[in-house]
Write a protein that binds this ligand. Structure first.
Ligand code: SF4
Length: 85
């Protein structure tokens, strides 16, 4: 997998990287906002997460990736499967 996009990630070098694992908190919402508003690689980040988590139940997914919570990514994947069926 080509991961060159990670070099441009808005979370890379952030002084509070744990915020991306504080889903449901004020810090987690701020992290998701950075993903959605400031990160130039949000789409490849989301796609990588969806690829890596394919078949993984929502409770076994962790962190905010591509601006989306684990359960949101699970719903995206479920929707994609329904459209492809
Ligand atoms: S979308 Fe969010 S988690 Fe993904 S690389 Fe960008 S800042 Fe990091």
């Amino acid at each position: 997998m080509n991961t060159d996009w990670t070099l441009r990630a808005a979370c890379a070098g952030h002084d509070q990287p744990d915020n991306w694992f504080l889903e449901g908190s004020r810090e987690g919402r701020a992290a998701a906002a950075i993903c959605r508003r400031q990160c130039p690689v949000a789409l490849p980040c989301l796609n990588a997460a969806l690829e890596e988590e394919d078949g993984v139940p929502a409770p076994h997914r962790f962190g905010i990736r591509g601006g989306y919570l684990p359960e949101e990514r699970h719903r995206i994947q479920t929707g994609r499967r329904a459209l492809a069926a």
